[in-house]
Design a binder for this molecule. Structure first.
Ligand code: MN
Length: 154
């Protein structure tokens, strides 16, 4: 199909500094929407995920991200909390109110590690938290774990 480019072997050359092991097979076909206004955070997350075989789409704000979620139905959304305009918690509420996209797994993508924030994100309905700055050695596996939750490892 159109998504089999990785399986056919669009293999890159050279070894990235940040990883020794790729997970292209398992990540293949997983579509990740990254909603993040910090360009450096966005680029690092996107590059890592694409390298490991994920498909990514990106939005710099929540309004754009919600439109992209409706249009593209990603498997998972990484949602920054502090965003220009609508914040990530409000965006999650909006998403849950739209039956077409309410079921998408949404992970808080945040630098907030305070227990009070973790509780707030959990109550808001985030599936979990991936803390920034990301740990490049485990980030793709963290994302894939949430994808597998959604897919029932299918
Ligand atoms: Mn931000």
């Amino acid at each position: 199909g159109p998504r089999s480019a990785t399986a056919r072997g669009s293999r890159r050359h050279g070894t990235p500094r940040y990883s020794a092991t790729r997970m292209s097979t398992r990540a293949h076909g997983q579509r990740v929407l990254i909603i993040e206004d910090n360009e450096k955070n966005l680029k690092l997350a996107r590059d890592l995920l694409r390298y490991h075989g994920f498909h990514t789409i990106e939005a710099p704000d929540a309004e754009t991200g919600l439109r992209m979620a409706s249009d593209s139905k990603p498997n998972i959304i990484l949602m920054d909390i502090e965003l220009p305009g609508m914040d990530g918690v409000t965006a999650l509420e909006r998403l849950r109110g739209d039956p077409a996209i309410a079921g998408i797994v949404v992970v808080a993508f945040t630098a907030s590690v305070m227990p009070v924030d973790r509780d707030r994100f959990s109550r808001a309905g985030f599936a979990g938290i991936i803390v920034k700055p990301i740990d490049v050695a485990i980030f793709p596996r963290q994302v894939l774990a949430y994808c597998n939750d959604l897919a029932g490892d299918g």
